[in-house]
Ligand binder design. Structure first.
Ligand SMILES: [Zn+2]
Length: 128
């Protein structure tokens, strides 16, 4: 996932990719500091692991949004066709619950992403 740190010199946010889900895991595998070059001022920074942080993913938000905003009208379109053909109350209820699927996927993606961010940001190294 993407992790971030703020350059102390120019306050630019530096990002990099990491496979580690927590700070402890990061420190155990990659050491207790991370050296990053600022892309703006080219200053070479050494960050403590506690200074690194995760943010909610824009990609996750976009995917969740797409599923919701494309999935719902898509289902509505097919529901209308089926209803015109068969039209019963029971069927309406079944289709109604199918309508909730894009909304549920949307909520789940955003929730999972929030959990990922919180897991990283809450767990701090004690000796830093
Ligand atoms: Zn900088």
């Amino acid at each position: 996932m993407k992790l971030f740190a703020v350059c102390p010199k120019c306050k630019n946010e530096i990002s990099f990719n990491s496979i580690h889900k927590t700070r402890v895991e990061f420190a155990m595998n990659d050491g207790e500091t991370k050296t990053l070059n600022c892309k703006i001022c080219e200053y070479k920074n050494t960050f403590k692991i506690n200074e690194l942080y995760a943010k909610e993913s824009k990609i996750a938000q976009i995917i969740a949004g797409l599923i919701f905003f494309i999935g719902t009208p898509f289902l509505l379109f097919y529901a209308k066709t089926i209803l015109i053909k068969m039209g019963t109350l029971k069927l309406t209820l079944i289709i109604g619950s199918f309508m909730l699927i894009p909304a549920l996927i949307y909520k789940t993606i955003l929730k999972e992403d929030r959990i990922r961010v919180n897991t990283f940001n809450r767990g701090r190294l004690k000796n830093q």
